[in-house]
Design a protein around this ligand. Structure first.
Ligand code: GCB
Length: 604
């Protein structure tokens, strides 16, 4: 089991936040064994004492900040450091926590040269109390060593090739091979902050909602940590800051009369994304702790042909996406987040998948407010080699699911868990492996459907039998029959029927798309032109329109925007399947999607 509930840091009367974003000192460990930082204890004194440093923004990926291709393609440990101050008042009377919302991939954190914590995995937060390690007179140092190396047992998995004694490569030449199609951006990707709580504090809150007539049922449980004994008061606060229900105790049920449900904006255009707050107040001899947890009242269920939100059929009209943009790579960027939601709404998109890893909480929380539904995917992308199905890999995958569900369980926008993308589910090992991950996920949360995204054939998949909703990626007329959109209707029709007839479960096409260089045109169309992308999408839509009245419950274009990948002959400065460019400007296909998606919304 995991340590602590790790609630998202939120200010309140009892909790303060100190941001540690900004320019940090930075150095990549270029030593041949990539281990000089530990051997020479770079964390023991200021980083600039052990060698040259450069300024590095936090949060951001480090890869595209400089003009150095060695840093862009670097594999191994990089070191970050900055100074901070803490008030004596905080350290004496409060619990002071250092939280990193994500560092890719493996991180070790030191405070004033003393190890504070380690974390295995990018994309998810980690934290620890710093009270015993900080000075209140004078500066403190936080040093973060981050390693982006991917191995057969990381998520996502990868392999390292070292060219030893080869005349074809420089000595010790090291290559990171990956089994997925996006750039392995690295660094401190999300916020770093200090926050306080009282010494006895609200540690975790779980909120599950149900609907009975016009009444919203809010089941909650919460836990505290600390040595003092506590009394707990819980209140539901509406958007007007009125208390609409309240009760005492660490777990229970609240009933909200005439509840305002959380709806995707496509289902209730004038009343979507309604958020309440669960205000938890804990009293103890350590003082009062108050945490206000945003939540929505809604239900999600699936039948053998439908995906239901609040009991009504939901059709997912969406996109696959990435956290990706110029210069910052996968670094958290609030202007980009806001731009993307404006674009999603403009496109009429009511849903997306966090392909292929958990996105920042800031992104998911905005989805809740914008009334956009999310398939929340863990970083299980590229599980394709035999050793990726080992016990060691499985153990880590289960831990990652625990961390993901702990982080996102109370977010109304999250309507489904995706435990993997395009694994070798035709490998016999995939059956027991994915059954274990799916069972685990259901044991953590029985209130959302669970899926993984397959690219295999319906009759050769060992894991699809365990999911609630079939999610399928298809590239007819792109990776096969390239250029021949006339085959799409035949192949897609067969495919959809085969999956449904075998499994009797609803289907979402979670990817279909064609690389398109913005500005390139031909008539008749030719692959890589804007004309081809439009024609390609239109052919898929004809079939979707037949099956969305039956068992098809969603369609997602690959991709919302162009994104960076490794260099390769099939990628022209990245994957160009976006309907938007990487700079978030439209290709012609964006207008097609906007027309289609708004038509579907307005038909209702
Ligand atoms: C896929 C993958 C996605 C790739 C995409 C492509 O099936 O899931 O990560 O980017 O195909 O464009 O090849």
């Amino acid at each position: 089991a995991l340590e602590g509930g790790m609630l998202f840091p939120r200010e309140s009367e009892s909790r303060q936040i100190q941001e540690l974003e900004g320019m940090w000192d930075f150095r990549a460990d270029n030593s041949v064994n990539r281990n000089a930082g530990f051997e020479q204890k770079w964390y023991a004194d200021r980083l600039e004492k052990s060698g040259p440093v450069i300024p590095m923004p936090v949060p951001s990926s480090y890869n595209d900040i400089t003009v150095d291709s060695n840093l862009r393609d670097f594999v191994g440990w990089v070191w970050y450091e900055r100074e901070f101050f803490v008030s004596a008042d905080w350290v004496q009377s409060k619990r002071v926590v250092l939280r990193i919302d994500s560092a890719h991939y493996y991180a070790i954190v030191y405070i004033n040269g003393q190890k504070l914590m380690e974390h295995d995995g990018g994309h998810l937060p980690f934290e620890a109390a710093v009270n015993s390690l900080v000075n209140v007179n004078g500066p403190n140092r936080v040093t973060v060593a981050v390693n982006n190396t991917l191995t057969p047992h990381t998520l996502p998995p990868g392999t390292i090739t070292v060219h030893q004694n080869s005349s074809a490569y420089p000595p010790g030449y090291m290559v990171q091979n990956v089994q997925f199609d996006f750039f392995n951006y690295a660094g401190i990707h999300r916020r770093v902050r200090l926050y306080t709580t009282p010494k006895t504090y609200v540690d975790d809150i779980t909120i599950v909602t149900d609907i009975s007539g016009s009444t919203g049922i809010v089941k909650y449980s919460m836990s505290t940590r600390g040595s003092a004994s506590v009394t707990t008061h819980v209140a539901v606060i509406d958007h007007e800051y009125s208390v609409v229900a309240e009760v005492d105790g660490a777990d229970g049920e609240l009933r909200v009369a005439n509840a305002h449900l959380w709806w995707p904006y496509s289902m209730k255009q004038d009343d979507f994304g309604y958020m309440y707050k669960l205000q938890v107040t804990v009293n103890s001899s350590d003082g009062v702790d108050i945490y206000r947890h945003p939540f929505g009242i809604r239900t999600v269920k699936s039948t053998d042909t439908q995906l239901l939100i609040n009991g009504e059929p939901f059709y997912c009209q969406g996109f696959g996406r990435h956290e990706d943009s110029d210069i910052r790579g996968k670094g958290l960027d609030l202007p980009l987040i806001a731009r993307d939601y404006n674009l999603l709404k403009w496109l009429g998109s009511n849903c997306y998948r966090t392909s292929h890893y958990p996105y920042a909480e800031e992104i998911l929380d905005e989805a809740s407010r914008w009334g956009i539904a999310i398939i929340d995917e863990c970083p299980g992308v590229g599980i394709t080699q035999d050793e990726n199905f080992s016990d060691e890999s499985l153990k880590h995958h289960l831990t990652v699911m625990e961390e993901l569900v702990r982080r996102d369980k109370n977010k109304p926008s999250v309507i489904m868990w995706s435990i993997a993308n395009e694994p070798a589910s035709d490998n016999a090992k995939a059956g027991p492996y994915f059954k274990a991950v799916i069972d685990k996920t259901r044991s953590l949360d029985i209130n959302r459907p669970v899926t993984f995204v397959t690219v295999r054939e319906y009759n050769r998949d060992h894991a699809a039998q365990y999911v609630d909703i079939l999610c399928i990626n298809r590239y007819y007329a792109w990776y096969s029959d390239t250029g021949h959109t006339e085959v799409i209707k035949y192949q897609l029709t067969d495919d959809l029927n085969n999956w449904y007839n075998k499994f009797k479960k609803p289907v979402i096409i979670t990817e279909y798309g064609a690389d398109t260089i913005s500005g390139l045109h031909t008539l008749p169309s030719f692959v890589f032109t804007e004309d081809y992308q439009v024609q390609f999408l239109e052919e898929y839509h004809k079939i979707f329109d037949i099956y969305r009245k039956k068992f098809l419950v969603g369609e997602m274009v690959w991709n919302f925007a162009d994104f960076m990948t490794v260099q390769g002959v099939g990628r022209v400065v990245g994957n160009k399947k976006g309907v938007l460019t990487r700079q978030r400007q439209p290709k012609e296909a964006a207008y097609l999607m906007r027309h289609r998606y708004w038509n579907i919304i307005n038909q209702k």
